[in-house]
Design a protein around this ligand. Structure first.
Ligand code: TXA
Ligand code: MG
Length: 345
């Protein structure tokens, strides 16, 4: 399959053509990757089981892992759900469009393939003009997982998408790098108390500020001990090819680990907070200011992907505090490192 590049330039004529072509693919049951404010998504008509099947195939994603449906209006939202608790209105007012996905009982309009046979559906309205326009022009809700091969780091640029999926998808709508850099928060509203099944761009603190108590599923617990099953909670995910080692969030702890890994004869790369000191001969990529969680989120996946291309054995990363956006950052880092812990045990 020849993957068509549709590059948005800001020139009206070019961009009109790109959107028209992209929407054409969606309407004909094909798939298109597109930017959202979080990461790039691999989209297809959410109401067309055949189109959705091609997403799973392109990503090599197991069919038991349900997709998020992206909408551009509240009218579209209503057609996808059977019912909603009153708290939904509050969430819509505060966080939509934005990096929040809600899980609700699904309506019969949604094919089982999109939701992996579950009776619930995950929905979000992205805060990105390109994503919203594509959905609107396609005239249908768009199912879209992150546009990476299953288990790999989510893409925040068109180049990341092509590294994983070139030749496996119909087209890519290139709208530049994404802003947030990590995926949306997935909030289950079918649970008795709203439950975060994946931390992301909207923080637990922000949610609690407007809807009160929110439960956080503990991804370190076995799935059977958690109230809700969330397929995305698998331990290994976001995995670079290199081994990932996490350290405590201090310059001293980072330097100590670097010395140990170098002594073991490994080639090392570091995701390095600005102003932190490490030995000169060690490869690093700038991660941004340590206390600036937005910046750390924004560069996390691109930093990991960059390091993974540098022919090194080990990526070493200090862990930020697990509050605010730090919770989602730590979640992604632990999953990226899981393979490595397993191998070490
Ligand atoms: O920011 C994002 O959310 C990006 C952009 C493209 O919108 N999308 C994304 O999709 O990260 P994906 O497929 O990579 O992750 C969706 C997560 C998965 O962990 C999936 O298991 C979970 O949401 N999910 C989807 N539907 C669900 C449902 N009905 N119940 C529980 N979990 C669900
Ligand atoms: Mg994903």
């Amino acid at each position: 399959m020849n993957t068509q590049r549709l590059v948005l330039t800001g020139e009206l004529e070019n961009d009109e053509l790109c959107f028209k072509e992209a929407a054409g693919f969606i309407k004909r049951g094909g798939n298109v990757t597109f930017p959202t404010e979080t990461v790039y998504g691999l989209g297809a008509n959410a109401l067309d089981a055949g189109a959705v099947a091609k997403i799973f195939e392109a990503k090599k994603r197991p069919t038991w892992d349900p997709l998020i449906i992206h909408i551009s209006s509240l009218e579209m939202f209503r057609t996808l759900i059977k019912s909603a608790p009153p708290v939904l209105d509050v969430l819509i007012n505060h966080f939509m469009p934005g990096p929040l996905t809600v899980i609700l009982p699904k309506s019969e309009n949604v094919p089982n393939e999109t939701c992996a046979g579950l009776s619930s559906v995950a929905i979000r309205m992205p805060a990105h003009p390109v994503a919203l326009r594509l959905i609107e022009l396609s005239g249908t809700p768009i199912a879209a997982p992150s546009a990476n091969l299953f288990g790999r780091t989510s893409p925040t640029t068109a180049a990341h998408v092509l590294a994983d999926l070139d030749g496996r998808i119909d087209a890519i709508l290139d709208g530049g790098p994404t802003d947030v850099g990590i995926e949306s928060t997935v909030l289950d509203l079918t649970a008795t108390i709203p439950t975060i099944v994946r931390p992301g761009g909207i923080t637990k603190e922000q949610l609690e500020g407007v809807i009160g108590e929110v439960i956080l599923l503990d991804p370190t617990k076995p799935i059977s001990e958690n109230e809700v099953f969330a397929p995305g909670m698998m331990h290994k995910h976001y995995a670079p090819n290199a081994t990932v080692i996490l350290t405590e969030g201090t310059n001293e702890a980072l330097s100590q680990t670097i010395r140990e890994v170098l002594q073991a004869g490994k080639k090392v790369g570091v995701l390095l907070p600005d102003q932190w000191q490490i030995p000169d001969n060690v490869l690093s990529v700038s991660w941004g200011t340590w206390r600036d969680q937005k910046m750390l989120s924004h560069t996390l996946f691109s930093g990991l992907r960059f390091l993974d291309q540098q022919n090194i054995d080990t990526i070493i990363v200090p862990q930020p505090d697990a509050n605010g956006l730090g919770l989602a950052i730590v979640d992604r880092l632990r999953k990226a490192a899981y393979k490595s812990q397993e191998a070490a045990e």
